[in-house]
Write a protein that binds this ligand. Structure first.
Ligand SMILES: Cn1cc(Nc2nc(NC3CCCCC3)c3c(C#N)c[nH]c3n2)cn1
Length: 323
């Protein structure tokens, strides 16, 4: 078996967990027989923008460690011009594979996983790196303001600074591409493994990850399809945190009914039209858990402004631990 050295520490490769294009994820053992996941990214063919997107993803992952246990642990990483190694906590299984192998889901397990997913996504919305920029800008602009009375030029630059920082205010991190393959089960809880920032390096079709749902439309919110202002593949600031609520709703719909709301529509164009078509009613077959039915209906509202928020979902009666 081959071994990997990260920051001078040697790891024995047990198996490849998945791969996509130029990124691979391995299950490895350290010298004390501790299990880890190592994500390897080959940067040789990557263009500067892709390299930047990967560095950005690592910065976010590193920064968000402190806020929630529902974010995968990143223990160390090594970045050179030709590769990236990320040493992370290893999950038992990703949620996509787990869902595919399980026909029925235990209601208590589903409720617990739902809480974990909400907490993970709330963390990236709340502590998105960009909102940290805001704090920096605001504090700096305030200090300038209280220094000796500024002449017009300084006032102008403060105004620019404030506008700029307010822009950052509304844009936390929005994943905008949430799907079950973004979550892994570690012991008994779900953890988010990526934030949809690193460019989706197109997987070669032979890759195991081809069913890791790269490029699936089944979780795409209607506003992302209607959003004409953004170039393809570029998230636009119009996609709010409510877009992630729709995607989480699709994941929970799948954990409840065994399929995503539009999964039966195989033609991709027809599927896109159905997602945005208000006359295409999503079916909600009756279930025993009325609270869960309410959660699903409120997540899968096509108008993002009328859609329930993450904070409201965390306060919803479905998460109350009655019988
Ligand atoms: C199937 N399977 C998954 C695990 N565990 C696991 N998979 C990870 N990525 C998988 C790569 C392929 C697609 C699904 C996610 C990561 C990870 C990253 N990135 C950080 N920790 C992880 N743990 C065990 N079996």
């Amino acid at each position: 078996n081959e071994s990997i050295v990260i920051k001078g520490k040697r790891f024995l490769v047990l198996k490849m967990i998945g791969r996509g294009g130029s990124s691979k994820v391995y299950q490895v053992l350290d010298q004390r027989n501790q299990l880890f996941a190592v994500k390897y990214v080959n940067l040789e063919e990557a263009d500067p923008q892709t390299v930047e997107s990967y560095k950005n993803e690592i910065e976010h992952l590193n920064h968000l460690q402190q806020y929630s246990d529902q974010i995968i642990k990143l223990y160390d990483y090594e970045i050179t011009n030709s590769y990236i190694y990320m040493l992370m906590e290893c999950g038992n299984l990703d949620l996509n594979t787990w869902l595919r192998n399980r026909k029925t889901v235990n209601p208590l397990e589903r409720k617990f996983y739902w809480k974990n997913m909400l907490e993970a996504v709330q963390t990236i919305h709340k502590h998105g790196y960009l909102s940290i920029c805001l704090e920096l800008y605001l504090s700096s602009s305030v200090t300038i303001m209280f220094s000796k009375v500024p002449h017009t030029q300084t006032l102008h630059s403060i105004r620019v600074l404030l506008v700029f920082s307010v822009t950052f205010l509304c844009v936390g991190i929005v994943h905008s591409d949430l799907k079950p393959a973004n979550f892994v089960i570690v012991n008994a809880s779900l953890k988010l493994i990526d934030f949809g920032i690193a460019n989706r390096i197109q997987p070669d079709v032979t890759s195991i990850m081809k069913d890791s749902q790269v490029g699936t439309l089944n979780y795409m919110p209607p506003e992302a399809i209607k959003d004409t202002s953004s170039q393809p593949g570029k998230a636009s600031f119009k996609i709010s945190t409510k877009g992630d609520v729709w995607s989480l709703g699709c994941i929970m719909y799948c954990m409840t009914y065994g399929k995503t709301p539009f999964q039966t529509i195989t033609n991709q164009i027809t599927k896109l039209h159905a997602i945005i078509d208000p006359t295409h009613e999503i079916e909600f077959p009756d279930i025993a858990e009325k609270d869960l039915l309410d959660v699903l209906k409120r997540c899968l509202v096509r108008n993002p402004r009328e859609r329930i928020s993450i904070a409201e979902l965390l306060a919803h009666s479905y998460l109350k631990l009655q019988s």
